[in-house]
Write a protein that binds this ligand. Structure first.
Ligand SMILES: *[C@@H]1O[C@H](CO)[C@@H](O)[C@H](O)[C@H]1NC(C)=O
Ligand SMILES: [Cu+2]
Length: 155
């Protein structure tokens, strides 16, 4: 009897392990996404890995989230024509390794309030947990990563 219970527990772990291993990082922790917060200090010492998520929490309408490049980060310039995330609970899936930059595009929050975040995403060490990981021929950019919800964006 004990061994059958153990089996059930192991089976459940096997099913949910990928979602346990992927980390959701609440940007700014309990402060959320706001002005006058040191996001470089927040990011310091954290290990971001492909498959993790960034969660930007803020009162809807007060801030937004723009993914920018290094230039946009330095200059606090949101890209023209790209819609920012505005839900107040914006989940960004870290789908690719490399440096990622995010700024608030509202007023002077980035330039004067320091509302900007830069992180480096490490390549995943584990094999992809995704069942749709597929043959190289199907890995076109358009089909690579469907967004899980309307409020989500993929980096
Ligand atoms: C950075 O983004 C801006 C605005 O989207 C664009 O004009 C510029 O060419 C980009 N720079 C690089 C190095 O990709
Ligand atoms: Cu803001």
């Amino acid at each position: 009897m004990a061994s059958s219970q153990l089996f059930v527990i192991l089976a459940i772990l096997a099913i949910f392990a990928p979602s346990i291993l992927a980390t959701d990082y609440i940007v700014g922790d309990e402060k959320g996404w706001t002005t006058n917060f040191d996001y470089q200090a927040w990011a310091q010492g954290k290990m971001f890995v492909v498959g993790d998520n960034l969660v930007f929490n803020y009162p809807k309408g007060v801030h937004n989230v723009n993914k920018v490049n290094g230039t946009g980060f330095q200059q606090c310039a949101a890209p023209v024509g790209a819609a920012p995330l505005t839900s107040g609970n914006d989940v960004i899936h870290l789908a690719t390794p490399g440096r990622k930059w995010y700024i608030c595009g509202v007023a002077k929050h980035c330039a004067d309030g320091g509302q900007k975040l830069v992180i480096t995403v490490m390549p995943s060490t584990a094999p992809s947990p995704s069942p749709v990981a597929a043959s190289p021929s199907s890995l076109s950019a358009s089909s690579a990563a469907p967004s899980p919800s309307p409020t989500a964006g993929c980096s």
